[in-house]
Design a protein around this ligand. Structure first.
Ligand code: BG6
Length: 507
């Protein structure tokens, strides 16, 4: 539902005039996410009047072709559709294209000339937001070429900022190296390492839920919480990204970044303020408190597996090794489950179970906090276990929050049955949450790094994940468990939670 009072209002926060330069302009992300997000932001009047986009990639396109591709992307993927023709005639004209190889110094000279011309035409004072939507192997060369071409300024006005897509490195060493390469030309406050999970409304709402209500925080600790489960299940397989996925595996693809960010917002201490550094300080503290897993105990804490053929949502699908272009001997994991312990006062002894996988029965991402049972059970019949109190925060789809508790069944006897108290975004706010990329690109334009990853955060998280990879590398000959596509994972993962007297949720 549109709020009529909002009409004609411009949001409080509008960025200064700028040019957004997208490296990898012919890529999938640009078409599906970035340009549709920028178009929707324009439509919602979140962008300044003096604004332009320059796309750069090696395809020999011109402005018209780039605009046509952008239009197609917006027609298919923009959140606010159909595309408004009047708006598009202006928006389309603000899209420009430069063809060039990422390592060719001349491409950067052409880019520079184009930027100067655009600045003059639109009255833009030289503010630049570079977006690296390219394969990670190209990040260092792009940064260096930008720097050497004099396209990066450390000044505050006009400003230069850079958004770096994932994956940010593939282990601790490469993440550290990339940080050093970026810092040759950029200051930390100019670097925006993106994790689109932080742009999701529901992930941000976790902070709002915890820190803007008085009732949750007193219970949010080892005295009242028994365990926490974080699930990010996907029904899809590798979707034509087999080469990338074969190298990455799901631990790198989902846990090091997205799941650890969700873990951080669930477990961190309240920041002293909602400022970028105050929030990120708390996240780093939480990551530093993760108990290292001894190499010889890795299998007791981390279970990995790979999907075999099966049926997902009624369709027969191939196993991971049979995917087009797949390696029949692949040992890349498509499922991972971890039991983590956090060594601090708040969480001492509370297990955090994380799991994520491709080809699960359905797509669901949720955080489930299970509270300790009542100390004395007057109503338990025939030894029936009490209804567990679970607060589940649904990140996607059907975004919302559910509190699960026991209630008396109407009638003459006292029987307790599980019931739910629900909040749904759709019904409460009458609208779907905005796209993560809209929020994040806007924040970077505004210079707000709160929802981006700081250098120490990415390195601390890689430090933990790299240890798991090192342990796995030593077990190379060990058979990798399988799970049929369309199931909730291998039996080995059940053992992980059973030991703590628990079961995996079937959300
Ligand atoms: C990406 C991963 O970062 O996140 C993909 O590379 C994954 O493998 C995707 O499918 C999941 O994002 P979302 O927003 O659909 O949960």
């Amino acid at each position: 539902m549109d709020n009529p009072l909002r009409e004609g209002l411009i949001q409080e926060r509008v960025p200064e005039p700028l040019v957004l330069v997208i490296f990898g302009a012919s890529g999938d992300l640009t078409k599906r996410k970035l340009l549709p997000a920028v178009y929707t932001m324009t439509r919602e009047r979140l962008l300044p009047a003096a604004f332009a986009v320059v796309g750069l990639s090696r395809f020999e396109w011109d402005d018209d072709r780039f605009r046509a591709e952008a239009r197609q992307g917006c027609d298919t993927f923009a959140r606010r559709r159909p595309v408004d023709e009047t708006l598009w005639s202006n928006f389309g004209r603000s899209l420009h294209y430069v063809a060039g190889e990422f390592d060719d110094p001349e491409a950067y000279e052409r880019l520079k000339a184009r930027l100067t011309e655009i600045d003059a035409r639109y009255g833009i004072p030289g503010n630049r937001l570079f977006y690296l939507s390219t394969p990670p192997s190209t990040f260092p060369v792009i940064v260096e070429r930008l720097g050497k071409a004099g396209l990066v300024s450390r000044q505050l006005k006009p400003w230069t900022r850079i958004i770096v897509e994932k994956p940010f490195g593939r282990d601790l060493g490469s993440a550290q190296l990339l940080n050093r390469q970026l810092k040759q030309f950029f200051r930390e406050m100019q670097i925006y390492r993106i994790d689109h999970y932080l742009g999701k409304e529901t992930v941000q709402n976790m902070m709002a839920l915890r820190f803007s209500n008085g009732i949750f925080e007193p219970l949010w600790n080892r005295n009242h919480v028994e365990s926490v489960q974080i699930t990010a299940a996907e029904a899809i397989g590798v979707e034509g990204r087999i080469n990338y996925f074969e190298e990455a595996g799901i631990l790198r693809d989902m846990v090091q970044n997205h799941l650890f960010q969700v873990l951080c917002v669930t477990g961190m201490e309240p920041p002293v303020a909602m400022t970028a550094d105050a929030v990120r300080d708390e996240k780093v503290k939480l990551l530093k408190a993760l108990r290292p897993i001894p190499r010889e105990k890795m299998d007791e804490h981390v279970v990995r597996a790979q999907y075999a053929r099966g049926r997902v949502l009624g369709e027969s699908v191939p196993g991971y090794r049979e995917e087009p272009g797949g390696n029949p001997a692949s040992t890349t994991e498509t499922y991972v489950a971890l039991k983590l312990l956090i060594d601090n006062w708040r969480w001492g002894g509370v297990p955090f179970f994380l799991r994520t996988a491709k080809r699960m029965p359905k797509r669901v991402t949720e955080i489930a906090v299970t509270f300790k049972p009542a100390p004395h059970l007057m109503f338990a019949r025939n030894g029936a276990p009490p209804v567990p109190n679970v607060l589940s925060i649904r990140i996607q789809p059907d975004e919302g929050i559910t509190l699960h508790f026991g209630s008396k069944v109407p009638g003459p006897s006292i029987d307790i049955a599980p019931v739910n108290m629900e909040f749904r975004y759709g019904t409460s706010f009458g609208s779907e949450p905005p796209e993560a990329y809209e929020r994040l690109i806007l924040d970077a334009m505004l210079g707000d790094g709160t929802l981006f990853i700081r250098d120490d955060e990415t390195e601390t998280s890689w430090g933990f994940i790299s240890k798991v990879h090192e342990a796995w590398a030593e077990q190379r000959r060990k058979a990798l468990p399988g799970y049929p596509a369309g199931t909730w994972g291998p039996p080995e993962a059940e053992a992980l939670v059973k030991e703590a007297g628990l079961e995996w949720r079937k959300p």
